[in-house]
Design a protein around this ligand. Structure first.
Ligand code: HEM
Length: 481
């Protein structure tokens, strides 16, 4: 057997490995953060790379915080990472976004992973719908991020390996093409519709979807020619908003259902509150007045953040102020020096359930806590409801209001009423409609529900991880006596 066809691959891997080894030695020795307390690396070369990649690192971080303190360092390959649960430091990091940026590697990885999705009513919620290319493409993206395996990890840490074709990337490329074509057809349709409108023809206007709004704004007569976006840019903008919003919202919805099914008394109490409104078509004001619904949603978002952790990287040498001083070589320091290139790991879930902030019952699902929050949680620099689920600072989630006020209700409605099957109209009253109309029960033992150890935290069946994300539920019509 000839080795010739493999030689470029072997050479590239060897070169990348040698380069990384050299960087490990040089960078680790130079980095001042190595003097911070923290765990011993399990591997001389990789540090905690594999643990980080293959498991949800939240519990590992919580354990380290108990052993070494709230600000620690550890190694991943050649990087000494900073991990902090110090809310003063986190607030500084999130509000100095020019210095502490999202890492380039993560941005490109996400772009490859999900940057291809494009949502219009693609039928992902309708199990009986005839399979279509777009829907298949979207499913492919969702399912392919269920498990972390070695090759994607190598491609992430050694970007040079991305030059080699790989099955997943090939499928992503195909899906990207399908979605790009779909989007440009929609843009053309919209342009035609607007042109017909101008000529006074009667056309059915489809309003409200993101793409339509963007195309309309972009074609508006008040916009100077030089400021108009190209079609490609419009497609990219839609991808960003819709990819960032579609799965995240659907997963939050799944965790919402899980919790109301798991706690029948909470479900009952919530239903009673919803039934206190004497109409099936409440106004937004009526919905906003539903205090318990708000508390349940806050608790779901706190304990089930879709993204359990995030990363920032220092783009320059900079000091980082701390609320709680750290001990370095026997001396207490209330600020530490961060070197350019240092990755900073932010554990969203660990902060959201930190006992020292939320109290001893912080791991429990208790909507009532929102009536009497501990003072300490006000130091968490999150954009919404004293938690980090939507992060904070300038690069906090752009769509959190949309997600909580619009998408979760709409998705709830459409999932459980099978889009009008029960005669309810499509409005923001979905959560409201759902629990007034149905009783929910878990379709599997509660101990069998786990979280996928992936970038996005989805529900899965612990006894059947190979099947990917799932949450079987029993849904019965609710009979009012
Ligand atoms: C429950 C649903 C959602 C959750 C949990 C969520 C969570 C997040 C988080 C944690 C980030 C920051 C990531 C980081 O800093 O590493 C983020 C960013 C972002 N989200 Fe969301 N998101 C949700 C829904 C949405 C929706 C519906 C949209 C759009 C309509 C959206 C658009 C965005 C965008 C554009 C960013 C990037 C902001 C920037 O970098 O400046 N998200 N989201």
């Amino acid at each position: 057997m000839s080795l010739i066809p493999l030689s470029p691959l072997i050479c590239a891997v060897l070169a990348a490995v040698l380069f990384k080894l050299w960087r490990v030695c040089v960078r680790v020795q130079r980095n001042s953060l190595r003097h911070l307390p923290g765990p011993e690396s399990p591997s001389r070369f990789g540090g905690f790379a594999w643990q980080f990649w293959s498991t949800d690192p939240t519990e590992m971080h919580e354990e380290w915080v108990r052993s070494y303190g709230r600000t620690i360092s550890y190694r991943i390959l050649s990087d000494i990472c900073l991990f902090t649960m110090d809310t003063k430091a986190l607030a500084h990091i999130l509000t100095h976004d020019a210095v502490f940026q999202k890492p380039y590697k993560v941005r490109t990885y996400i772009a490859e992973l999900v940057g291809l999705a494009f949502s219009y009513d693609i039928g992902t919620l309708n199990v009986e719908a005839r399979s279509n290319e777009l829907c298949d493409a979207f499913r492919l993206v969702a399912q392919s991020v269920t498990r972390m395996s070695l090759w994607p990890m190598l491609r992430f840490f050694f970007p040079i390996l991305r030059i080699f074709p790989e099955e997943q990337s090939r499928r992503f490329a195909k899906a990207r093409k399908v979605m790009g074509e779909f989007a440009s057809i929609r843009i053309d349709e919209k342009k035609r519709e607007m042109a017909d409108n101008k000529m006074g023809k009667q056309v059915r206007r489809r309003r409200g979807d993101f793409l339509t709004l963007l195309v309309e704004a972009n074609m508006g007569s008040s916009l100077p020619e030089g400021q108009r976006l190209s079609d490609e840019t419009i497609i990219d903008e839609c991808r960003t908003a819709l990819v960032a919003g579609h799965d995240t919202t659907a997963i939050t919805l799944a965790w919402f259902l899980y919790n109301v099914a798991l706690y029948p008394t909470i479900q009952e109490k919530l239903r009673n509150e919803l039934l206190s409104i004497p109409t099936d078509h409440p106004t937004m004001e009526e919905l906003s007045s539903l205090h318990y619904l708000d508390c349940v949603l806050r608790e779901v978002v706190r304990l089930f953040p879709v993204l359990p952790s995030s990363l920032r990287v220092a783009t320059e040498d900079t000091p980082l102020p701390l609320g709680e001083s750290v001990n370095i070589n026997g001396q207490a320091h209330d600020r530490i020096w961060i070197e350019k290139g240092t990755p900073i790991v932010i554990s969203i879930l660990a902060i959201n359930r930190d006992k020292s902030l939320w109290g001893e019952d912080s791991f429990e699902f208790k909507p009532e806590r929102w009536d009497n929050l501990p003072e300490a949680v006000s130091s968490i620099p999150g954009i919404w409801a004293n938690n980090l689920t939507f992060m904070g600072g300038q690069h906090a989630c752009l769509g959190y209001r949309f997600s909580l006020n619009e998408c979760v209700p709409i998705l709830l409605f459409r999932t459980l009423t099978r889009a009008d099957a029960f005669g309810f109209c499509r409005t923001k009253v979905a959560v409201f409609t759902l629990l007034r109309a149905f009783e929910l029960e878990l379709g599997l033992p509660a101990e069998d529900v786990g979280r996928t150890p992936t970038m996005l935290m989805r529900p899965m069946r612990l006894s059947d991880p190979e099947a990917g994300p799932q949450l079987p539920m029993l849904v019965r019509p609710y009979r009012r006596d």
